[in-house]
Design a protein around this ligand. Structure first.
Ligand code: ADP
Ligand code: MG
Length: 356
């Protein structure tokens, strides 16, 4: 999939722009404050109808304007799709080929964007919930029903925690909820386990190409119970051993809400052993890895890298760019001119000019 045309009206710093894009590498070049991240954000916004920078859509309206519009023509397996999102103070309207979109999952069938922002370079040093979010977001793209499994689990977890907060938790009720919670956790653990295994098939290839020499990085999932064991028995034993503590602490301490994954490099976690450069490289590779997990080439996601290159040394930048050139469509923002064949868009004060 590729974005062929993009139109923004009253979107953040942009009053009105219309751009056409090539497949492959597109570079947005401009000083700080020029409008690069706003543009990158708009491309990502198309895929979720949600910004990665704000949970309030109203922030996206240009100051003082009554509406904002993001419109794109997307090439999907040779068929053109028109996607239009209009934001007003009353809410937002999403039109796909002029027809209203009712479920956001319809969007992800048309456009899928992998987005990398500067703080993502510290992914392995970030909070576990950030890594869980990465996992859950990507699994839900691959596996229909996963989001529903997650929300079922969360509902049970909330119920159990509420019960634990009561003065005298009913033990029988607790036993029933615990059993239900374990059952609800099983498909989540299985899905996370298999997704991490899939990522492991590609991540070392990416890090090696970008590093310029073999670098073996593996993710290690830390499930609360190994899904390969007798899951229900093991989980029940664990929950039983924690029961009194749960009651004392008035919260559930076990389960998928506490899980995490680490990156292993030279038999140690990359956070404790790897250099800053290796940590960055691993984080970038992890973010790009889902691209290769989409089997149908024509459906592979669009990659947007916002201000990532400045975090890397020059030879690594070069190899990363060479690597990205071979992917379907990539957008990069940068403050410095890159030595790479790419379509260059100069941005100044939210005005954009494509270089001839
Ligand atoms: N809703 C908005 N209305 C008008 N201007 C905005 C809005 N949101 C952000 N801006 C402005 O957009 C400018 C460019 O921001 P940004 O895209 O982050 O620049 P950069 O090129 O450094 O990534 C900033 O100066 C910011 O004040
Ligand atoms: Mg920026």
């Amino acid at each position: 999939m590729t974005v062929q045309r993009l139109e923004l009206v009253n979107y953040r710093s942009y009053s009105h722009i219309q751009l056409t894009f090539d497949a492959q590498l597109n570079v947005f070049l401009g000083k700080n404050g020029a409008g690069k991240t706003n543009l990158a954000e708009a491309i990502h916004f198309l895929s979720l109808a949600r910004s990665f920078r704000t949970s309030d859509d109203q922030d996206l309206l240009q100051k003082g304007q009554p509406f904002a519009k993001v419109k794109a023509v997307i090439d999907l397996q040779g068929r053109k799709q028109t996607l239009e999102i209009v934001i007003t103070p009353q809410g937002k309207k999403i039109l796909l080929n002029q027809k209203p979109v009712k479920k956001l999952s319809e969007l992800s069938k048309v456009i899928h964007v992998l987005f990398f922002e500067p703080r993502d370079v510290m992914l392995f040093d970030d909070l576990p919930k950030v890594r869980r979010k990465f996992l859950d977001t990507h699994i839900s793209k691959h596996q229909e029903g996963y989001l529903q499994q997650l929300s079922q689990y969360e509902a049970l977890l909330n119920e159990r925690n509420l019960l634990l907060k009561s003065a005298q938790p009913n033990r029988q009720h607790l036993t029933v909820l615990t059993k239900q919670l374990i059952e609800a956790s099983y498909p989540i653990v299985v899905a996370r386990h298999s997704y991490i295994e899939n990522i492991n098939k590609v991540i070392s290839k990416i890090t090696s190409v970008v590093k310029g020499s073999p670098i073996d990085i593996k993710l290690q999932y830390v499930p609360y119970v190994n899904p390969k064991q007798d899951f229900f028995k093991e989980a029940s034993l664990l929950f039983a051993s924690k029961l009194e503590d749960d009651i004392r602490k008035k919260t559930t301490q076990l389960g998928t809400q506490r899980e995490d994954f680490v990156a292993i490099y030279n038999q140690q976690t990359i956070v404790s052993y790897g250099s800053q450069g290796e940590n960055r490289l691993a984080a970038i590779a992890l973010k790009i890895a889902p691209y290769f997990l989409v089997e149908d080439q024509a459906l592979r996601p669009i990659i947007v890298l916002d201000d990532v290159l400045s975090e890397l040394d020059e030879p690594t930048q070069k190899r990363l760019l060479q690597f990205l050139q071979k992917l379907q469509q990539v957008f990069i923002t940068t403050t410095h001119m890159l030595d790479s064949p790419a379509a260059i868009y100069d941005i100044q004060n939210s005005h954009i000019q494509r270089r001839a």
